[in-house]
Design a protein around this ligand. Structure first.
Ligand SMILES: [Zn+2]
Length: 463
């Protein structure tokens, strides 16, 4: 048996009163590409408990915290308008508590009962699990040998939020002493629950939320951007396939906006009550249409998959003009703003933050798919397109230094230009090859650009 030291509680984020079977949750999770349901136990509305993934197997319920934990979920967690709410029935509360007692007696090594919201910027499970089960834990569980062993009390940390509030006390209501920009290295010299006591390079002392400080050697999920950096590239790649007029830059512009709106694809429910929901923070009729579509298609509105698919539906339908508006804009910044003006139409613009997320999206994409990406900084008006008639386009000038070309074929009006460094045999001297290619490209680049321009024109003009 794998060692278990913690139980993490979730909700299914389904409306109050609606029953959901283990099989249904399993199908949602399989749609995400997982091999099985992510939770180990499901507590139904009537308090009955059903097994999900076998407890001997590592679950898939909290990024970075699946090892050593058991994932328990209750059915519910939002009201009929899909707002986060503790919807547990009396029977469900009893069933959940009994399950936790049983699990703790089976696994005496359990020293913590937590809620998903302690590890991610999410409402799940829509109540304070740590507080609610503190008593239960002290009754049943053996006292932990090391208190707060996962919280560093000294050392260095790096700020991961774009601006992090420094507070006078370890709580959200603590007085705001100042803002610390991302990337700042701070000295950590104390902790209290989810808060770290720190000192800034300028000598200011105060408290910051622990999850926005990456601590050397600690769990990377403490960085809220981890989800964005791993998720955005996957969906950007699909977006480029699904919207043929778009390149990686256009997709990064879209995800820059989503990253800003949802704090890195994490906070789907707008906290301050403006009624926004989802990656782009859909409001009003757009939000209702999204929720209806999710219901009709049996998709969890909180899932990345549902968010992605509906973005595509909007782009191909009522928000179609966004495609051309973004494609036409020149460079990442202009594209990011074009996406905002056309698709988001936000009341509060915060263009700089959108661009910040877009830059991160593009960097993450380039790291995830280095072979597809070609440095176009020498020719910003053009972008690469994979999978189209122009199979690969090679950036001239600066791009040539990175690598490479296979050959040039002209036939039937379609230009296919060779390949990237990845296609070369590993023993090839790429620097030498690159130099030779530079010569080839210098000669061909203007011709190639003209061909591609001719190819792209109808695609853009037609939408
Ligand atoms: Zn959860």
């Amino acid at each position: 048996m794998r060692p278990i030291n913690e139980i993490i509680v979730h909700c299914t984020a389904t409306p109050a009163g609606r029953e959901v079977s283990v099989d249904t949750i399993r199908s949602w999770h399989k749609q995400r590409g997982w091999r099985d349901i992510g939770y180990h136990w499901v507590v139904h509305l009537d308090g009955s408990v059903e097994e999900g993934r076998p407890v001997g197997q590592v679950g898939a319920h909290v990024a970075g915290h699946n090892t050593g934990t058991i994932g328990v979920v209750y059915v519910g967690g939002v009201d009929k308008d899909m707002r986060a709410k503790d919807t547990r029935t009396a029977a469900q509360k009893d069933g959940l508590e009994k399950l936790l007692r049983d699990l703790m007696s089976h696994y005496p090594s359990v020293t913590k009962i937590s809620g998903h919201n302690q590890y991610a910027a999410k409402a799940c499970p829509c109540f304070d699990a740590r507080q609610e089960y503190a008593q239960l834990l002290s009754e049943v569980a053996a006292p932990p040998t090391v208190i707060n062993s996962d919280v560093p009390v000294s050392g260095k940390g790096t700020v991961t939020a774009s601006t992090l509030n420094l507070r006078s006390e370890p709580k959200m209501s603590g007085r705001d002493i100042g803002d610390i920009p991302r990337g700042t290295t701070v000295d950590i010299f104390g902790s209290d629950g989810d808060w770290l006591k720190i000192k800034t390079p300028a000598g200011y002392e105060g408290w910051v939320a622990r999850r926005y400080v990456a601590v050397a050697g600690s769990d990377p999920i403490a960085d809220p951007s981890a989800h964005f950096e791993t998720t955005a590239p996957v969906y950007m790649r699909r977006l480029i396939d699904d919207i043929p007029q778009w390149s990686a830059l256009d997709a990064a512009a879209a995800f820059g906006n989503f990253g800003h709106e949802s704090a890195g694809l994490e906070i789907l429910e707008e906290i301050s009550g403006g009624g926004g929901y989802g990656w782009p923070q859909w409001t009003g009729s757009r939000r209702r249409a999204y929720e209806t579509w999710c219901r009709e298609n049996g998709l969890d509105p909180a899932s990345d998959e549902a968010n992605y698919r509906y973005v595509v539906i909007e782009l191909r339908g009522p928000e179609e003009r966004t495609i051309a508006a973004v494609a036409k804009a020149n460079g990442l910044e202009a594209k990011t703003l074009a996406f905002e003006r056309s698709f988001e139409r936000a009341g509060v613009k915060h263009d700089d933050r959108r661009l910040d997320w877009a830059t991160r999206a593009l960097a993450a994409y380039r790291a995830a798919y280095p072979k597809q990406e070609i440095d176009m900084s020498a020719a910003p008006a053009e972008e690469e397109k994979t999978g189209g008639p122009v199979e690969k386009m090679i950036g001239a000038g600066k791009g040539a230094a990175q690598g490479a070309v296979g050959g040039v074929t002209i036939g039937g009006g379609i230009v296919i230009i060779g390949t990237t460094m990845g296609w070369l045999p590993p023993e090839a001297d790429t620097a030498m090859f690159g130099a030779a290619v530079t010569g080839v490209l210098t000669g061909f680049s203007s011709f190639v650009m003209a061909c591609i321009g001719a190819y792209r024109a109808p695609a853009n003009g037609g939408s």
